[in-house]
Design a protein around this ligand. Structure first.
Ligand code: SAH
Ligand code: SF4
Length: 381
């Protein structure tokens, strides 16, 4: 049985073409699924009866089953979805005055293993399929409409691939999912309002530029290779000089003329004035570890603690002082407000209820204690 949520519009056209249906039939079906949230072929009243019957026998529109749904006092909604075999992923809706943002997961767990990230501490279970990525938006959009009395206006106009997982280690499933989000017959989101966040999978940044350029956020977290390799182990494979060069190449294709750099503020680890000054040099391409200037905005994320991390959040004063150094250098810098605190929906707290199959939690916590104080000392100004 094919799950039609796995297909972008071209895929659906091709699928229906196999049974002799024309493109406009695929468009109708696609609109029923994504714009109306309909999963029952019988209710797709303008499809011929024969086609509906055929679809019923061969295909389905199958979302994810909801394990839980929590709404925070600030309106943030977090869904936990079952993806089978003891794995679950989380999706978070963040309402703002002028827009609604959905934070979407791309994998169950994550293989990158960043120290400050609870998903990283779980280890990697598996990639999500296109349908499982799309189903998060499909469910959230239509659940939010239902909450508002069955309105037909769009509730989500911004998607960030900042949930669980490293989206660029799952490019094959990601790209068709992005196309569904962007399609005018699907969710009609602007390329500027769909953001892929990556820890820096350099070859896949180039592939994304070719296959589906959307806004790009890169998780930097450190101004030099030595510290970044400790915090984001993938840096050992793709060091800053390569990452920054890939960012500059991406901008030739991107819908925006800057890259967003994310920087998680960790008390005593990466948050000194000297780190901020080094960061300015890094993005200007005047750093010993990188010679490529990258037009950018900086997004500072106060660390969201979780028990196994052994790390602390930078003080608000430190975050402000760090931001000031960047701003005075002319770099647009924002400090991310933490939302959904009361339901553990903040960045890096998404853990699902995944079993730790790979032993990553032990590996990371075993390393953490001897490692991070050394790092903190090594980089102290
Ligand atoms: N794997 C991708 C996207 C998912 S993580 C990436 O790393 O970019 C989304 C963002 O949350 C990243 O910038 C990540 O560094 C940040 N993050 C992870 N754990 C965090 C934590 N505990 N506190 C604050 N931000 C965190
Ligand atoms: Fe994976 Fe991103 Fe978490 Fe690092 S921060 S472990 S890349 S999800």
């Amino acid at each position: 049985m094919d799950n039609l949520l796995d297909l972008d519009l071209d895929g659906l056209v091709e699928r229906l073409g196999r049974v002799g249906e024309k493109r406009f039939r695929a468009v109708q079906l696609f609109r029923w699924m994504h714009q109306r949230g309909e999963a029952d072929f019988e209710r797709m009243s303008d499809l011929a009866k024969g086609l509906r019957e055929r679809l019923r026998g061969e295909a389905c529109v199958s979302g994810l089953s909801v394990v839980s749904e929590h709404t925070s006092a600030d309106g943030t909604v977090k869904w936990l979805f079952d993806v089978g075999a003891g794995n679950a992923v989380e999706t978070v809706f963040i309402p703002e005055v002028d827009r609604g943002t959905l934070c979407v997961s791309s994998q169950a767990g994550c293989a990158v293993g960043c120290h400050f990230c609870s998903t990283g501490h779980q280890g990697f279970s598996r990639n999500l399929g296109t349908g499982e990525i799309v189903a998060q938006l499909w469910h959230a959009e239509h659940a939010l409409r239902a909450r508002h009395g069955g309105v037909t206006e769009r509730q989500i106009d911004n998607v960030v691939m900042m949930g669980m997982g490293e989206p660029l280690q799952n490019l094959a499933a990601l790209v068709p999912a992005l196309r569904v989000m962007l399609d005018d017959h699907g969710y009609g989101l602007s390329r500027r309002r769909v953001t892929v966040s990556t820890s820096g999978v350099v070859p896949m940044i180039d592939r994304l530029a070719q296959e589906c350029p959307v806004a790009l956020a890169v998780s930097l977290h450190a101004p030099d290779d030595a510290l970044r390799s400790e915090l984001v182990p993938l840096n050992r494979k793709y060091p800053l000089a390569e990452l920054m060069a890939a960012c500059a190449r991406y901008l030739a294709h991107a819908p925006r003329d800057f890259i967003t750099f994310e920087y998680c503020m960790l008390d005593g680890v990466n948050d000194s004035t000297a780190h901020a000054e080094a960061l300015v040099q890094l993005v200007r391409g005047r750093h010993r570890d990188n010679a490529t200037a990258v037009p950018c905005k900086l997004n500072l994320i106060p660390f969201n603690p979780f028990p196994a991390s052994g790390l602390r959040r930078s003080t608000p004063q430190r975050v402000q002082a760090f931001a000031r150094v960047l701003q005075e250098a002319g770099i647009v810098t924002t400090v991310r407000r933490t939302r959904g605190d009361d339901i553990d929906a903040a960045c890096g707290q998404l853990a699902g209820e995944v079993q730790d199959r790979t032993g990553a939690r032990e590996r990371l916590s075993g390393r953490r204690i001897p490692l991070l104080p050394d790092v903190a000392q090594a980089v102290a100004p």
